[in-house]
Design a protein around this ligand. Structure first.
Ligand code: ADP
Ligand code: MG
Length: 254
């Protein structure tokens, strides 16, 4: 097993507006293998976003360190794809221009970044919408653009922070399947943050359960369901049901 992400004893304390200290993460350690699909599952405020931001070098730990492919998170900057909870597309740029943004910033020539951005739009099934503006798309389509944008830079790791929380249940299901298809195509390491037990079990190879105040790893659970997965396989599988009950109990106690 090659380790893609090594979180080594990280802690982070924030100070809120009143000067109170919040222990967002306390002595968190975990390893994620290359090509693995890991879900971070935990209640609001348990430090999931903080940990993703540490992996992408946007937040620095007070103690401990994060290693990406054996080097520091600082050195891996620009090689991490991040899909935000609120998408955050630029409204004045077309869909294509949004996806191409990171490539342009790297100094790629127009012909090349256009072609690359189109390839990733095709991967998420949106090549027909290249010239649209973000506000002309549905929420689910915007999230697809967010995924294309994150992938366009050919990242070594893809981080997704509760990406499907704001879309309706049917769209969510199709986005989940889409993500699994993309993961299978690109064989990329994925960290997917969610507070939805079913989503974690449906998607992941392994679920890391966090508890809040302070944010700590409560358990790591292998999912072990066969792939490719479809909804009925997960819903009808007794092992999957048992796993969901167990994870729900852990969440309630965390
Ligand atoms: P999650 O994503 O699991 O909801 P976060 O990582 O966003 O958790 O936050 C963990 C804790 O740290 C929360 O109590 C949150 O209020 C606090 N926190 C996060 N970011 C900041 C910040 N920039 N300043 C102060 N407190 C913060
Ligand atoms: Mg969060």
């Amino acid at each position: 097993m090659t380790t893609a992400i090594h979180v080594d004893g990280v802690s982070k304390t924030y100070r809120d507006a009143r000067g109170h200290e919040v222990e967002a993460l306390k002595d968190v350690s975990l390893e994620i293998a290359e090509g693995e699909f890991v879900a971070f599952l935990g209640p609001s405020g348990c430090g999931k976003t903080t940990l993703l931001k540490m992996i992408d070098n946007m937040v620095q730990p007070d103690r401990g360190q994060v290693l990406i492919n054996g080097t520091t998170a600082a050195k891996a900057t620009g090689q991490i794809g991040f899909v935000f909870q609120d998408v955050a597309l630029l409204p004045w740029r077309t869909v294509l221009a949004n996806v191409a943004l990171g490539l342009q910033a790297r100094g790629m020539r127009k012909a090349e970044y256009t072609r690359t951005a189109m390839d990733y739009l095709a991967l998420v099934g949106l090549e027909r919408y290249a010239d649209y503006y973000p506000w002309q798309l549905s929420g689910g389509m915007q999230q697809r653009v967010g995924i294309a944008r994150a992938l366009a830079i050919s990242p070594i790791v893809l981080l997704l922070d509760e990406p499907f929380g704001a879309v309706d249940a049917i769209t969510r299901k199709s986005l989940q399947k889409e993500l699994l298809r993309i993961w299978d195509t690109l064989k990329i390491t994925v960290v997917f943050v969610t507070h939805d037990v079913h989503e974690a079990v449906f998607l992941a190879d392994r679920v890391v359960v966090f508890s809040a105040n302070p944010g700590q790893v409560r358990a790591e659970v292998d999912v072990g369901l066969p792939r490719p997965r479809d909804e009925s396989a997960v819903t009808a599988n007794p092992m999957a049901m048992e796993l969901q009950v167990k994870l729900t109990q852990m969440l309630e106690e965390s």
